[in-house]
Design a protein around this ligand. Structure first.
Ligand code: HEM
Length: 224
């Protein structure tokens, strides 16, 4: 048995996997959100928008893009599988449930991690079908700006993105402080600061992500 398989059989090992994969996912979401702010740069050159150039840049080195995609896929799968295993383990350890929920200190966000996590992952699958593979709505290969704007002009699609971000927000408000704690940043003196930082980062990521569909729905960002 490799050290990794052995570690993933223990609770501490599983929490470590959740923290490391969670950190990689948070970094990705932050950089992705920053990249998507190109939506608000209207510049056009040869009929292309700033966001199209960004999409084109990502494809300049296909080998690098596919290596990156593979790492992200393995990271996301490890996060989901280990999260479900931890949840099942906790349920088995507490088969009857609590008689008095009021005695349980855990926050709503922490108790619903499995549900918000499953919904966010479903959102990501939908999102890739929508904007990377073009299977669920208006789509033209290479026209990243048009694909995003034409998608968000459909209110149901915008609503799905906004709901996805609200759930991501709840997942991150517990997830970010937890990963800090698991990675050793767990002195009681820093607890409040770490919780505030988690809340702040979740608010910035999800707030800006919500502004993308909102700016299209309000007509601030248009085709053409
Ligand atoms: C409203 C917010 C968002 C917008 C406008 C947006 C936009 C995009 C666009 C345009 C693409 C396709 C890029 C391309 O093919 O060049 C994409 C891909 C992707 N997005 Fe998002 N995104 C948003 C939120 C998110 C969130 C919250 C996550 C993760 C939690 C996420 C994860 C991904 C992933 C995994 C891909 C596939 C990357 C690839 O093609 O390799 N996105 N997004």
């Amino acid at each position: 048995m490799s050290w990794f398989t052995k570690a993933s059989e223990t609770s501490v090992g599983k929490k470590g996997i959740m923290a490391v994969t969670g950190t990689v996912l948070v970094l990705f979401i932050t950089v992705h959100m920053l990249g998507n702010t190109h939506l608000w740069e209207g510049d056009k050159e040869n009929g292309l928008k700033a966001m199209d150039f960004y999409g084109r840049f990502l494809r300049t080195f296909p080998g690098v893009l596919w290596a990156f995609r593979s790492v992200m896929l393995v990271t996301a799968l490890l996060h989901v599988i280990t999260g479900v295993r931890l949840w099942l383990e906790n349920r088995r350890a507490r088969p009857i449930g609590y008689a008095h929920m009021s005695t349980v200190k855990a926050s709503l966000a922490s108790r619903t991690m499995i549900y918000t996590g499953v919904i966010v992952m479903t959102f990501i699958v939908y999102h890739i079908l929508h904007l990377t593979l073009g299977k669920t709505g208006p789509f033209t290969e290479g026209r990243v700006f048009d694909n995003v704007v034409r998608g968000f002009q459909v209110s149901v699609i915008s609503a799905l993105y906004i709901v996805g971000q609200v759930l991501l927000f709840f997942h991150l408000t517990h997830g970010i402080p937890s990963l800090f704690q698991t990675l050793g940043f767990n002195h009681p003196k820093y607890k409040a600061t770490v919780e505030r930082a988690g809340l702040g980062l979740a608010l910035v990521i999800c707030g800006i992500n919500i502004l993308f569909p909102v700016s299209v729905l309000l007509g601030w960002v248009k085709l053409g």
